[in-house]
Design a protein around this ligand. Structure first.
Ligand code: NAP
Length: 284
């Protein structure tokens, strides 16, 4: 591949902020490995302008878009059609062009499940699960766990009403709960930003999300933090030191991108290449 030319196909991500998105790293590495004449770019789009961005996608013939904060709900309202999962979540993280139609999909839940199975080898079928958080990522995870056959999905969130709405996505196996419910969970997932690198909430402190008590974590449990920077969050450190199996958020990041790439190109995503590219970027 000699670089973009007249026949190059374009995909990208819309969001604000988007300059530090890892999606261009993931997708451009995949396009190169697959020998595809595609390029993936970051489009900064301010809040409120998602419908214009979609009009631009149509006019310019952009093949696919990833959607990140703050546009996931606005894009869900502006596409021609939603996948069943995006319809349930009311949020789109991937837009696919199907002829004249723009279809909104959401690959976060599928990416999360793939990462569980490919990494720690965990199958949620029949398992008791607890999710910390009630935002976009938590909602995708709750729905995916219920669809994968989880016996119970307990949601613990700072704002109870949002937690309740997230728990309802799991249907009869969903309920809200308290941090202490973690003691009985086989899978604990942090879907809050508590523990993220930098100045975010909990940044620099050892506070655990949702007020979790480390003594509720231990052998026989899988503890997943959706945060991928830092690789080892305070939650993963606490869980690991108590004998729980742990996994960070990189697997979900790579697998959700893999699903998007498959939707756009029809090709099998080169997941190992994508993971190596993003790992190298995070190391710098
Ligand atoms: P979001 O929609 O803004 O939701 C954030 C959730 O975290 C909300 O439920 C919020 O509670 C809760 N929260 C925020 N600050 C908190 C604090 N200080 N204490 C307790 N709870 C707090 O964000 P999101 O898109 O779901 O993302 C959540 C996390 O998942 C982020 O760290 C993000 O980087 C990560 N993520 C990772 C992947 C991946 O591929 N690995 C994908 C998506 C997201 P309230 O409802 O009370 O506001």
């Amino acid at each position: 591949m000699t670089g973009p030319g007249g026949t190059t196909r374009v995909a990208g991500v819309i969001g604000d902020p988007v300059r530090h998105s890892l999606s261009p790293v993931l997708h451009n590495a995949a396009f190169a490995a697959l020998g595809l004449d595609w390029v993936y770019v970051a489009f900064p789009v301010p809040e409120g302008r998602a419908p214009e961005a979609l009009a631009g996608m149509r006019a310019l013939g952009i093949e696919g878009l990833s959607v990140t904060m703050p546009h996931k709900a606005a894009v869900a309202a502006a596409v021609d059609r939603l996948s069943p999962v995006a319809g349930r979540l009311g949020a789109v993280n991937t837009v696919v062009r199907r002829g004249a139609e723009l279809v909104g999909d959401n690959t976060d839940g599928a990416g999360f499940l793939d990462a569980l199975r490919a990494g720690p080898g965990f199958d949620p079928d029949g398992r008791r699960c607890l999710v910390l958080g009630g935002g976009g990522a938590a909602r995708a995870v709750v729905l995916a766990l219920a669809q994968a056959g989880a016996a119970e999905v307990v949601v613990v969130n700072r704002t109870p009403a949002r937690g309740q709405e997230a728990a309802e996505l799991a249907g009869p196996v969903g309920r809200t709960g308290l941090a202490g419910d973690a003691a009985l969970a086989e899978l604990v997932v942090n879907a809050t930003p508590v523990g993220m690198a930098g100045s975010g909430p909990g940044g620099g402190s050892e506070a655990l999300p949702g007020g979790l008590d480390p003594s509720d974590l231990g052998p026989g449990q899988l503890v997943v933090d959706l945060i991928y920077e830092p690789k080892l969050t305070p939650l993963l450190r606490a869980a690991g030191s108590r004998g729980a199996t742990t996994a960070g958020g990189l697997g979900m990041l790579v697998h959700q991108a893999g699903h998007a790439l498959r939707l756009w190109t029809g090709e099998e995503p080169p997941l190992a290449v994508m993971e190596a590219a993003v790992t190298a970027r995070l190391a710098n």
